[in-house]
Design a protein around this ligand. Structure first.
Ligand code: ZN
Length: 118
């Protein structure tokens, strides 16, 4: 079917692009979980962090749900770049999925409007 409505065409084209990017992102490794910056107490009993208000940090941690339980893992300096990259991809994937939903709704509206005009 030939699409003649320019708005409909534009939206359909963007849907194709967004779908392609989602497929791409889904095929790559994305972050399972969330990066959180937390203040922590260390293991040294004499350290100032054991007094109120003198915690260390904030340090990056990865948090994720496993069998309904919240797990936390400290992210060390070498890992933070990799995890940040994965986090960026996860955010982009979520954004693109949201965008796809909006575009599909817009396309439906445009088609409906043009059909009403017939
Ligand atoms: Zn300490």
């Amino acid at each position: 079917m030939e699409v003649t409505n320019p708005l409909e065409k534009r939206i359909a084209e963007e849907i194709d692009l967004v779908r392609e990017r989602i497929k791409e992102l889904e095929s790559e490794e994305v972050l399972k979980g969330t990066i959180r910056y937390k203040y922590i107490k260390c293991g040294r009993k004499a350290c100032h962090c054991h007094m109120e208000g003198f915690l260390h940090g904030p340090y990056p941690h990865l948090q994720w749900l496993e069998n309904g339980k919240l797990k936390t893992k400290y992210i060390n300096r070498k890992e933070i770049e990799k995890y940040s990259e994965l986090d960026k991809k996860k955010r982009e994937l979520m954004d693109k999925r949201k965008r796809l939903k909006i575009l599909k709704g817009e396309l439906k509206e445009v088609i409906k409007a043009s059909e009403n005009r017939k």
